[in-house]
Design a protein around this ligand. Structure first.
Ligand SMILES: O=C(O)[C@H]1O[C@H](OP(=O)(O)OP(=O)(O)OC[C@H]2O[C@@H](n3ccc(=O)[nH]c3=O)[C@H](O)[C@@H]2O)[C@H](O)[C@@H](O)[C@@H]1O
Length: 437
């Protein structure tokens, strides 16, 4: 009982103190022990959380990387398969080439890629699918290419790492460089996009080509617009090209000078092609023949520009199949680049060709042909050409291309527009007799 009392009510105050102190110590010790255990646990949890979070961020970063449109073993396999030539061994045309086509989901890029693939060459495309015009048309072109075994990488020619990787995976024999910011009048709205694609992008591509081993031969799209205010007709490659009328033209002219430098210093084989207003199926919606067709079918007015003194504007409209032949002829005759490891080992070809049709047609005439094939009258709004970079006419002299590439255009505007209209109606789902026509 006493023991119990002593235990419950101790008679010796000191003892109580000591005992209390001891018990407090024990409690404190226990408490401290449990606090340090808790502290250790907390530390452990913090460490676990931190490593979990960093693992998550690694997973996120990697998944972002792997979700990006390029990279990885599967991607490399697709690139190699697409780049492999499939010409029958011992065929008259040789082993076939491996061509990197920039702007492959663009109008000319799609047609050239298909033509190369069809004759057994290996083709890999690259395109940034930007929204200068409806990207769904570019995606439809990519699907068309995919159905023929041509793989298109989604990426920008300003991405030097991507280009280096592509040359790492495939020893491309040729580059067909068609990626560009196109359009003459849009340069007033968005000048920097021309510098970005046509100057910076071109230099990034040339750097990758010069570093590649083997160096590819390069065929690229310049433009008839480089003739600018030149009024000596027909335009010949020897005529002046130092009076551009638009920033677009100036960037294409700059491209001719820049490629010359890479030819001179690094021995890159260069062929620049001055395209003259290319048109046809799967074309560019920003161009007059395309937007006129859309507006005419929708019953909307079209704006027809007219030159000074009521002179009609005229263009040497060139059908896409003719341009494709010119591009393939250029690739076939390009001649090799001579450099290795960034060093020039001898002179390499530097060529420039006009690819036109040699028979200019006025814009009002273009409209009449469209009206005939669409069987709809256009609502025309004729205005004087604003100072927007347009030139009054273009007309190609193609003797050089004829002689050196065997280039011989065969499609006139009437036949070419008929084919375009047929494609347009089927692509956009119009049927003859529908209320739209
Ligand atoms: O040959 C070239 O180098 C250039 O050809 C075309 O440029 P452009 O000839 O201006 O082609 P469109 O935009 O289709 O214009 C054709 C004609 O129609 C006229 N037009 C255009 C648009 C419009 O609403 N109304 C109109 O009368 C233009 O002034 C021009 O005379 C392409 O758009 C350029 O990318 C290419 O580089």
């Amino acid at each position: 009982m006493r023991v119990l009392e002593d235990d419950l009510f101790p008679s010796t105050p000191g003892k109580v103190k000591i005992e209390r102190a001891g018990s407090m110590n024990r409690q404190l010790h226990r408490c401290f022990a449990s606090t340090s255990t808790m502290f250790l646990w907390a530390l452990f949890l913090v460490a676990m959380t931190a490593s979990y979070l960093s693992f998550q961020s690694f997973v996120d970063t990697s998944s972002k990387y792997f979700a990006a449109s390029w990279g990885g073993l599967h991607w490399e396999r697709q690139i190699r398969a697409s780049a492999a030539p499939r010409r029958p061994p011992g065929s008259a045309d040789g082993a076939g080439m491996s061509v990197l086509v920039t702007g492959a989901a663009g109008f000319v890029g799609t047609h050239c890629s298909l033509a190369l693939r069809k004759r057994g060459d290996g083709v890999v495309g690259i395109d940034n699918f930007n929204s200068y015009y409806d990207p769904s048309l570019k995606k439809a072109r990519r699907s068309l290419l995919a159905s023929h075994g041509v793989f298109v990488v989604e990426g920008d020619i300003n991405d030097g790492r991507l280009l280096a990787k592509l040359f790492d995976v495939v020893p491309f024999t040729h580059v067909l460089h068609l990626a560009a910011q196109a359009g003459v009048r849009y340069a007033m709205e968005n000048p920097t996009s021309y510098v970005h694609s046509n100057i910076a992008g071109l230099v990034t591509l040339l750097e990758a080509c010069k570093d590649a081993d083997p160096q590819p031969a390069i065929v690229w799209a310049s433009s008839s617009s480089v003739y600018g205010l030149n009024d000596k007709v027909p335009f010949s490659e020897r005529d002046r090209t130092d009076q551009p009328a638009s920033l677009y033209a100036a960037t294409k002219k700059a491209g001719e000078e820049i490629t010359h430098t890479y030819n001179h210093i690094y021995g890159l084989s260069i062929t620049g092609l001055r395209f003259f207003t290319v048109y046809g199926p799967w074309g560019r919606p920003d161009m007059a023949y395309f937007s006129f067709t859309r507006n005419i079918l929708q019953g909307k007015p079209i704006t027809v520009y007219r030159g000074k003194n009521h002179v009609d504007l005229a263009r040497d409209f060139t059908y896409i199949d003719d341009i494709v032949k010119g591009c393939l002829g250029s690739l076939d005759t390009a001649g090799k680049s001579t450099g290795t490891g960034g060093k020039n080992r001898g002179p390499a070809p530097y060529r420039i060709f006009n690819l036109g049709n040699t028979s200019p047609v006025t814009v009002p005439n273009l409209v009449s042909i469209l009206e005939k094939h669409l069987r709809v009258k256009a609502k025309k709004n004729v205005i004087e050409m604003p100072g927007n970079g347009d030139v009054p006419f273009t007309h190609a002299n193609i003797s050089l291309a004829r002689q050196q590439l065997g280039y011989k255009p065969t499609t006139n505007l009437d036949v070419g527009l008929k084919k375009f209209v047929k494609w347009y109606l089927s692509y956009y789902g119009y049927t003859r007799g529908s209320k739209n026509l």
